[in-house]
Design a protein around this ligand. Structure first.
Ligand SMILES: CC(C)(COP(=O)(O)OP(=O)(O)OC[C@H]1O[C@@H](n2cnc3c(N)ncnc32)[C@H](O)[C@@H]1OP(=O)(O)O)[C@@H](O)C(=O)NCCC(=O)NCCS
Length: 167
């Protein structure tokens, strides 16, 4: 398994992993019909954009040259963020690879990079009912910082919890 920085050429593969991972991770948390209609072309163009943004750092995990996961980090987007606070925007793997240490490797690589870039803390937002991800983050040293928020997606309101850890 290789963890490496993502390049623009990875946009299509990352978009496909993004959709497939959402469909599995959120199958009991978001409406099935909406998850079944996630538009690959729009995800690809969004990733083409993101991979050219200088503030966001993206890594991919490859197994035998196939991209099976990605992570994205950068500066915190929260209004109440303290100085030197980064954010883990996303970490998603194909479900066939869950539980094999790849998420941990992606997370460690991303946090190492943030530390090298001078950040001191990192936060993330996770659906309150995404228990697997919460357990994973807790295992990686993150703690719930008491802050929650809600947002609307696919015509339903979801609650999110914020986690933090020092780098
Ligand atoms: C969350 C996710 C990235 C974790 O990656 P992963 O490769 O499955 O996790 P790992 O195998 O690297 O696990 C790392 C450690 O966390 C622990 N862990 C992971 N999931 C766990 C769970 N559900 N319960 C308890 N411990 C868990 C592992 O046991 C492992 O412990 P170890 O270091 O002692 O061996 C991956 O499962 C995924 O893509 N899930 C769907 C997408 C998602 O929900 N992303 C987060 C959105 S906010």
């Amino acid at each position: 398994m290789i963890i490496r920085p993502a390049t623009l050429a990875d946009a299509e593969s990352i978009a496909a992993v993004h959709i497939a991972s959402w469909q599995q991770a959120y199958k009991d948390l978001l409406p099935q019909d909406r998850l079944g209609q996630l538009p690959l072309d729009r995800y690809i163009s969004r990733w083409n954009q993101r991979l050219q943004e200088s503030t966001q750092i993206n890594f991919v995990a490859e197994l035998e040259t196939e991209i099976v996961g990605f992570s994205s980090v950068g500066p915190s987007r929260d209004d109440d963020a303290q100085a030197h606070t980064a954010e883990l925007y996303a970490i998603y793997l194909l479900s066939s690879t869950w539980g094999k240490g790849i998420g941990k490797a992606l997370c460690e690589k991303s946090l190492k990079r943030l530390k090298e870039d001078g950040y001191q803390n990192v936060t993330l937002w996770v659906f309150e009912d995404n228990e697997n991800a919460r357990k994973f983050y807790e295992h990686m040293g993150f703690v719930f910082d008491g802050k929650t928020s809600t947002f609307e997606i696919f015509d339903i309101v979801k609650s999110e919890a914020r986690y933090e850890r020092t780098l």
